[in-house]
Write a protein that binds this ligand. Structure first.
Ligand code: NAP
Length: 317
């Protein structure tokens, strides 16, 4: 791994052929392809090296790993493979971009860059419930990552909010630690896939609270209870718990590009099949541009495609 030594924000670094923003599966797959095309790519890692996938305990649906592989471990392998061909991974976060004119300007917390092409692979972040107590008790019983925080709930009672694949998958993971896991879902049917549903139904530690939403998180120093409302009867009740894990979808990390790139109404960057955005030489891949598939393999595929197209773009230029 090469870590650059520049520190001053005003300082402009040497001109880059291609910069990749993000170090999840999309960013590191783009880095691998760009490196193998001899473009000497620079990856600006973002806050979470490895992206959301690195926070996943076991990834069972990435081909080539029949027994599954740890998310962090897979991210490390992606990085190692890209670096083997010359990719440079810089632990930094982009704070501003100017895509008005090529070469494009990328300002990071460790320097300013000019680049001929850009792959945006900034991923997405978990949604919040935005209810009283959520912010106050984050890290004190409120969590958005079972892999990170599950261990702290050994033999404790926890709640999971959501009905999608993430909620059910993380609830299953939490049963390794917690004595019981209640899944609170706002409807009476899960959105999660059949296999996950089957596993959850068969797990004696998991139970469901249907047609219910959490209105308030209460505690003293740490979470002790939730006020929940039944969406059908309107009835409110108190549920005692030691922790609440929230998995209710994600929002793309694309705020930096608002007003500079075409996006849909939820902030996902619009691309065509070639991963091209509305600005020439700027490509987007992974969850910053994909509200539908959101898989490690699809993000990695998009990253590879973006780098292949960036290579063609630079050749034509
Ligand atoms: P998701 O599929 O969008 O599910 C979000 C869940 O949260 C839904 O059940 C939704 O309820 C609920 N929800 C949303 N806003 C809420 C609110 N304000 N209050 C209460 N509940 C709320 O998100 P996800 O589970 O993170 O999955 C995202 C994508 O990643 C999906 O395409 C999924 O297949 C994929 N994924 C796959 C795997 C896997 O293959 N193993 C694992 C994780 C994620 P409703 O159902 O009523 O809308």
């Amino acid at each position: 791994m090469v870590v650059q030594s520049n520190t001053a924000e005003e300082e402009t670094n040497p001109f880059e052929k291609i910069i990749i923003l993000g170090s999840g599966p999309a960013g590191l797959a783009a880095a691998l392809y760009a490196a193998r095309a001899e473009l000497n790519p620079l990856v600006i890692s973002g806050v979470e090296l490895g992206g959301q996938a690195a926070l996943t305990n076991t990834i069972e649906n990435y081909p080539g790993f029949p027994e599954g592989i740890g998310g962090y471990e897979l991210g490390e392998l992606f990085k190692k493979q890209a670096e083997r061909f010359g990719a440079r991974v810089q632990f930094a976060t982009a704070t501003d971009v100017d895509l008005q004119m090529s070469p494009y300007t990328i300002v990071t917390d460790s320097g300013k860059y000019k680049t001929s092409s850009l792959v945006i692979a900034t991923g997405a972040s978990p949604n919040h419930l935005n209810i009283p107590g959520e912010k106050e008790f984050t890290g004190k019983g409120v969590s958005y990552c079972a892999t990170c925080d599950g261990w702290f709930f050994k033999e404790k009672e926890v709640v999971v909010v959501g009905g999608g694949d993430s909620a059910v998958e993380e609830a299953l993971f939490l049963t390794r630690f917690a004595s019981s896991v209640k899944i609170i879902h706002r409807r009476d049917t899960l959105r999660a896939g059949a296999l996950l549903q089957k596993r959850a139904n068969e797990n004696p530690k998991i139970s469901f609270v249907w047609n219910s939403v959490v209105e308030e998180i209460n505690g003293a120093g740490k979470v002790t209870s939730l006020r929940i409302r039944n969406t059908r009867s309107g009835e409110e009740s108190t549920l005692t718990t030691d922790g609440i894990f929230i998995f209710i979808g994600h929002t793309p990390n694309t705020q930096l590009f608002h007003g500079q790139l075409s996006m849909d109404d939820k902030g996902f960057i619009k691309t065509n099949l070639l991963m091209e955005t509305s600005v020439p030489g700027v490509f987007a891949a992974g969850e910053a541009a994909d509200s539908h598939f959101r898989q490690v393999i699809t993000s990695a595929g998009m990253g590879a495609a973006a780098a292949i197209q960036a290579t063609h773009y630079l050749e034509d230029k």
